[in-house]
Design a protein. Structure first.
Length: 256
């Protein structure tokens, strides 16, 4: 078993290409779960989807580092959906002490600067476990210098991850020897650890959670009307993966 301290250092040093052994990955996820338990209030951490997500991460730790973030943005063809894979930066609490999933981003990126709505969806596929999680709700973008989540995440980043937030938003380099990289590195050094204005943390507090288990076609679906609600509606059953569970629930509710 690789010591947890070594895993944490390895994760920080290669946040865009995590390549853990099974033992190391398991240890890394255990640290995330421990962090969640220590920093999230009991009421929020007891949301019904937390245990299934935690159990799936433990079963398939190799897929716990990345998820797909989908947004709606303004673009050349009007308002269109966009999706990209981002690094999962751990569990967090927002400014109102609500349990959230976090990721880092630049305020110069389209997902922030050109967003048409704060409503997003996260799709998280665990290939070995054959389980998919989908989280929907408003994403809070932490940009304030007083944000504890933002400052804490910045402190965890290695220099290579920090440097990208000093890269200018209007230059496409020809190669890694381009002068723009030198300027970004110089800006990083001159910052002396200060958090750049472009650094942003996205915190998703889910309103809906949809879980599909391809091992037996079981479906679980939870929803609430507000991010402040502690009461969730809970639905479960079996259905083919080509069908949307929320549509099934809407149809069955209408019939009854």
């Amino acid at each position: 078993m690789i010591p947890c301290e070594s895993v944490a250092e390895g994760a920080a040093a290669s946040s865009f290409s995590l390549d853990f052994t099974d033992d190391a990955a398991l240890c890394f996820i255990t640290r995330l779960i421990t962090h969640m338990s220590a920093h999230v209030s009991v009421s929020n951490a007891s949301a019904p989807y937390v245990k299934p997500l935690r159990d799936t991460m433990m079963r398939d730790p190799s897929c716990a580092s990345y998820f797909t973030l989908s947004t709606v943005e303004h673009g050349p063809r009007g308002v269109t959906p966009r999706a990209r894979t981002v690094v999962f930066e751990g569990f967090a609490v927002d400014i109102d002490d609500r349990f959230a999933l976090s990721c880092k981003l630049s305020s110069n990126s389209n997902k922030f600067a050109k967003r048409a709505s704060d409503e997003v969806e996260i799709c998280w596929w665990f290939s070995s476990a054959r389980v998919q999680f989908r989280f929907r709700g408003p994403m809070r973008f932490e940009t304030s210098a007083q944000s504890e989540s933002r400052n804490a995440l910045w402190d965890q980043l290695v220099l290579g991850d920090r440097a990208q937030f000093f890269y200018p938003p209007d230059v496409l380099a020809k190669d890694r020897q381009d002068a723009v990289y030198e300027r970004a590195t110089k800006a990083l050094i001159e910052s002396r650890g200060a958090v750049p204005e472009s650094f942003c943390v996205g915190l998703l507090v889910p309103l809906e959670v949809d879980v599909l288990d391809l091992n037996d076609s079981s479906r679980k679906y939870w929803r609430r009307t507000s991010v402040d609600d502690t009461a969730w509606e809970d639905f479960s059953g079996l259905a083919p993966p080509v069908l949307s569970v929320d549509a099934i629930i809407a149809a069955s509710t209408k019939e009854s």
